[in-house]
Design a protein. Structure first.
Lengths: 162, 439
């Protein structure tokens, strides 16, 4: 998926302008977040840092919380703004369950997030899902603070950089 | 490695002229009741075999000794205490010498390297109190099969003294785990039931889960992320050949063979739901067995294939259900507090083993196929995934430990709930599946 030169140049100018604005707006109030301002809009990094790539679930549940819906609303907006991307929604479970059930539970969570994105206008053909069950934890401590982070659906931008 | 199973198949067990002819009088004296619970293990004397290779004889006897000891039913006596020395298969035991050291049974034998390169092993089992031979057998095999020879002799001793078939001449396929918890590398591996002869079946490039043995022992079905789309595969452990099972429109997982090895039963993910399908490996025909807005998974046939046990959260939490082989008449059988999962039917048909979660603890238990007489065999932070020894007397499972450095290891426990033992593996190991007795 190559872009033509003119389009790329246009994008770059827009990106530089956006970064400049962002820095001006944030420098005084949130100095810690200056690093974020270097993220170019429309990149996978932009999606992770400024939109939020993941939503979390309660134990054994695939219901979307209000917070999760808020994040998915932003994801849907971003995906409509950058229609060149497809995404994979990865579903995950915490380690406090059995393996096969967790594979299905992860799939159910990924499906819930995907269906919500579709309901917010993202084309179904841009979305695929995969479940990793409890196989890919992000937090490995032995208490609820970690298990909470692992019960998640992560939207991964696929063709970034192409 | 690919000729391994052919060699196994060619190994002949022959019963010689010296086989016991009058075993009846003694059989009542020495007998182990396997179902008895926390029994006193039977004192057995296992002196080194005679023959023409002392090292090999000692190795074989040490494998037999370890098998019998691990079963929890035998107490091998310290060879230092033996009064009668230099026993071989033709030595007449001085029974008084063995009674003095409290031996109730004595196994003697010899191993020879024949001129054709094969091993010839002979052994006798003696009832020390009756002063009679209980069993005498002879085996031929190739030298690299010496461990298997030892397991076969241990099985013969186990069977003669318990009346039940043994389970030492078996293998376990499992998932070998390495690397940090958030970046685990998982490989399919196979080993003898005592942890020896580990061989890797996959390289670790792809996530692999839940391997299960075919009744024929030469194929394994498992779940792999190899194609990017997680699916159920078949792997021939003799040839290394692998293929996807079926052409399903989504993720397939939780596979298991039917008792005749002709079907694979598994879950298919359909949007947010998982349903159970079977596929005939010859005709490739698939049959839908459940159709619920729930997670139906971990299906397992009864040994006569007339029923299927599975787990479902159709009632709100994970519970165990039994249905007919055609999917009709599903009914819940687990009703205790907590949730139930990973049901596995005993090869004897009499019990179903499961994982149970209650108040943050993970247990391994058994219940009858009608859900009655539930018994918990072990419990703790995390125990999961039971698999049965082919004689239905021992259950293997994996036990995980908490935290960043925690990881799973394989354990066995007797059906009685006693005799819990770790199976030694290099590194972490999970998802064990016990083979049938080798042919």
């Amino acid at each position: 998926m190559k872009m033509n030169g003119t389009f790329m140049r246009g994008l770059r100018v827009a990106a530089v302008a956006a970064v400049a604005l962002f820095v001006a707006a944030c420098a005084q109030t949130r100095p810690d977040n200056i690093a974020n301002s270097t993220v170019a809009p429309g990149t996978a990094q932009d999606f992770v840092v400024n939109v939020g790539d993941r939503v979390f679930f309660t134990v054994d549940s695939s219901d979307l919380t209000a917070e999760a819906r808020g994040t998915l609303d932003k994801q849907a907006q971003w995906l409509q703004q950058y229609p060149r991307y497809t995404v994979t929604v990865e579903g995950h479970a915490d380690e406090r369950g059995t393996r096969e059930y967790n594979i299905a539970l992860g799939a159910r969570r990924a499906t819930a997030a995907r269906d919500y994105l579709i309901s917010r206008g993202v084309g179904a053909n841009r979305l695929r899902t995969i479940s990793y069950g409890k196989e890919r934890p992000v937090a490995v401590c032995n208490d609820a603070s970690c298990w909470t982070q692992n019960r998640r659906a992560v939207t991964v931008v696929n063709n970034a950089g192409s | 490695m690919h000729v391994l199973f052919k060699r196994w198949a060619m190994m002949a067990a022959a019963v010689l002229g010296f086989v016991a002819v009058s075993i009846q009088p003694s059989s009542a004296l020495v007998e182990i009741n396997v179902a008895g619970g926390n029994i006193e293990p039977l004192p057995i004397a296992l002196p080194n075999f005679g023959g023409d290779d002392a090292k090999l004889s000692a190795d074989i006897v040490s494998v037999i000794t370890a098998d019998l000891k691990r079963s929890g039913l035998f107490r091998p006596l310290d060879p230092q205490s033996f009064i009668q020395k230099d026993m071989d298969v033709n030595t007449q035991p001085r029974f008084g010498d063995w009674r003095v050291i409290t031996a109730q049974v004595l196994a003697t034998g010899s191993v020879f390297r024949q001129s054709d390169g094969r091993l010839r092993a002979e052994f006798r089992l003696w009832d020390v109190f009756a002063g009679e031979q209980m069993l005498g057998q002879q085996y031929f095999t190739t030298p690299e099969n010496w461990r298997r020879l030892a397991h076969i002799i241990a099985d013969a001793i186990y069977q003669r003294l318990t009346g039940e078939k043994g389970y030492f001449d078996t293998r376990v396929v499992f998932v070998s785990e390495s690397g940090p918890k958030d970046k685990r590398v998982k490989r399919l591996a196979i080993m003898d039931q005592d942890g020896a002869n580990v061989r890797f079946l996959t390289r670790g490039d792809d996530l692999v889960l839940t391997p299960r043995f075919s009744p024929s022992s030469q194929e394994v079905t498992y779940m792999s992320y190899a194609s990017g789309n997680p699916q159920v595969y078949l792997l021939n452990i003799e040839t290394g050949q692998r293929e996807v099972v079926g052409n399903f429109p989504g993720m397939t997982f939780a596979p298991r063979f039917s008792p005749d090895g002709q079907q694979v039963i598994m879950s298919l993910q359909e949007s947010g739901n998982a349903n159970i399908f079977s596929m005939d490996l010859r005709s490739r025909r698939t049959t839908r067995l459940t159709s619920s807005a729930a997670i139906d998974t971990s299906p397992c046939y009864s040994p006569d294939a007339r029923q299927i046990v599975f787990e479902s959260d159709r009632g709100g939490s994970q519970q165990i259900y039994v249905m007919n082989g055609d999917g009709s008449n599903p009914h819940r059988i687990s009703f205790g507090p907590g949730s139930y999962s990973t049901p596995v039917w005993s090869p004897r048909g009499d019990l179903i083993a499961f994982t149970k979660q209650h108040e943050g603890r993970f247990m391994i238990g058994v219940m009858k196929p009608d859900g009655s007489q539930e018994r918990i065999l072990t419990e703790g932070f995390h125990n999961e995934g039971p698999t049965w020894a082919p004689n239905g007397r021992v259950i293997m499972f994996f036990r995980d430990t908490p935290g960043a450095n925690g990881g799973p290891q394989l354990w066995t426990v007797d059906l009685t709930g006693y005799n819990e033992r770790r199976v030694e593996t290099q590194g972490f190991a999970s998802d064990p599946a016990w083979s049938p007795l080798l042919e």
